[in-house]
Unconditional design. Structure first.
Length: 167
């Protein structure tokens, strides 16, 4: 009888749960958390989506780089920086030169005070575009890093992700 009961009961299957985006973190306290598909900064009022196909890297809470979000398909990524005190120019990028800087509103959604483009010394390195916003005592510098071989698709993916930023 017990054997019949065991054979008659279907095996339990685990519930299907949508996977959370991959999140990499440092061992020290980090800049925020990813929950329900969004990064939320722990010290500043900023959040941004981390959808399927993207991977978030959370940085130490002590530094200006808060999160980088990588698009797995194109290799493009976005870096979110918070600078205190405010910046008057884009933050230096090592071997990349900011060769275009302009003030004005280029995006309807976030209304940056400044935009900039950075040309790397090495042509195969990613192209960098930045949007700078002032909120309180903080300048936010949101950077798009797009590999030249995936420029069109990577740029589109990063621009779509920028529309999810809430400041």
């Amino acid at each position: 009888m017990t054997l019949l009961l065991l054979l008659g009961c279907p095996p339990k299957t685990p519930a299907v749960v949508a996977p959370e985006p991959v999140v990499e973190v440092f061992s020290e306290p980090v800049s925020g958390r990813v929950e329900n598909g969004r990064f939320a900064d722990r010290r500043h009022d900023l959040s941004v989506a981390v959808p399927d196909g993207w991977r978030a890297e959370l940085w130490p809470d002590t530094g200006p780089l808060r999160v980088s979000i990588h698009h797995e398909e194109t290799g493009a990524w976005i870096e979110v920086w918070a600078f205190e005190p405010r910046l008057q120019q884009p933050a230096p990028r090592g071997s990349c030169t900011w060769d275009f800087i302009d003030t004005g509103t280029y995006r309807e959604l976030l209304r940056p005070r400044m935009v900039a483009s950075c040309t790397p010394a090495e042509p195969s390195d990613p192209r960098i575009s930045a949007y700078l916003f002032d909120r309180g005592a903080v300048t936010w510098q949101l950077e798009l890093h797009v590999p030249p071989e995936e420029f069109s698709a990577g740029r589109r993916a990063c621009e779509a992700l920028l529309s999810s930023v809430q400041l």
